[in-house]
Design a protein around this ligand. Structure first.
Ligand code: MTE
Length: 300
């Protein structure tokens, strides 16, 4: 049964495909520039640049393929995504290696139109195709006592050339609290815009948690571990002061280097203004109760 929530977004709100893929070009223009300058005309002009499929798949963050925005597009074709196996282990009833095809046969894929809010203070609306993470965890059977879910990306330096360098600790890791992972808004995406998800965007399966900053969405997942300890996360390990475990979208908790109170909508056109960032990225009614009584300034 498809999950129903108060979704105020329709197909009309979806960021145009070109703008979605081209935002990397937009952001590249800001490198080294204060984010206060983001509303500047340079950005708006760049946003209007026409883009081809070649252009739009040239700008990504996927450090396993290099730290340059164009590196994933150049290098991701080397990644073998078929066959693909996901190991599910730790505190589960049925640990094991699950073939991706076997997972897909058991899951119900649907479209979810979600806001996507980057920690760098831009946002868009994306039509993902995917299934609820809860259904996958139920397939493995979560044991009582499990409190967290740890995720791991593939480690295969022969195919992921960025892994020959130490930009991050490999493999790339992420984590959620179990109740966050079981929330029906949390999905594993296998497609975008009705197409199979491109390799540089995290094929064959990536996490999407719409009330958290985009960097939590770990790509090309090969391992899921149920545990009773808070798992390490790659960006927290790299810079713990700036990137916490929770990373919930919160306009009241600023990044140490910029405000999170407003955001710039990608694809909004020349006259686009910054808009207020919504608590939990607009999913407050759905998820605020997960954090009742927590000090959100402290647990950012
Ligand atoms: N997952 C892995 N394995 N490696 C990465 O470098 N980058 C993260 C996230 N997931 C990353 C990752 C960051 S910083 C962002 S902003 C998003 O992926 C970017 O996803 P996109 O390129 O599809 O927009």
């Amino acid at each position: 049964m498809a999950y129903r929530w108060k979704n105020d977004l329709t197909r009309d709100d979806v960021t145009p495909y070109g703008a979605y893929m081209n935002r990397r070009q937009l952001m590249a223009g800001f490198a080294g520039v204060g984010l206060a300058a983001m509303a500047g005309t340079k950005a708006q002009a760049m946003e209007l640049e026409a883009n081809s499929w070649e252009e739009i798949t040239t700008y990504n963050n996927f450090y396993e393929f290099g730290t340059g925005k164009g590196d994933p597009a150049k290098n991701a074709h080397r990644l073998t995504t078929d066959p693909w196996t996901v190991t599910i282990d730790g505190m589960v009833d049925r640990p094991g290696d699950y073939a991706f095809d076997e997972i897909m046969a058991a899951m119900t894929v649907e479209e979810r139109i979600y806001r996507f809010r980057c920690v760098e203070a831009w946002s868009m609306v994306v039509p993902w195709n995917g299934f609820e993470l809860k259904d996958l965890l139920d397939l493995a059977g979560v044991k009582s006592g499990a409190e967290y879910v740890a995720f791991e990306t593939l480690y295969r330096p022969d195919e992921m050339v960025g892994q020959k360098f130490g930009a991050l600790d490999w493999p790339y890791v992420e984590g959620l609290r179990l109740d966050e992972a079981m929330h029906p808004l949390t999905i594993m995406a296998t497609g975008i815009y009705g197409k199979t998800i491109p390799k540089q965007n995290g094929a064959p399966m990536r996490l999407v948690v719409p009330w958290k900053y985009g960097f939590k969405s770990i790509k090309s997942i090969v391992k899921i571990t149920l545990t009773d300890k808070e798992p390490p996360t790659s960006w927290n390990k790299a810079n713990g002061r700036e990137y916490g475990f929770y990373s919930n979208v919160n306009p009241e908790v600023d990044h140490p280097r910029w405000s999170q109170a407003t955001e710039r909508k990608i694809g909004g056109g020349v006259f686009a203004k910054r808009v207020p960032t919504l608590m939990f990225n607009g999913y407050e009614d759905e998820v605020a109760s997960l954090y009742d009584g927590m000090d959100l300034q402290r647990f950012y």
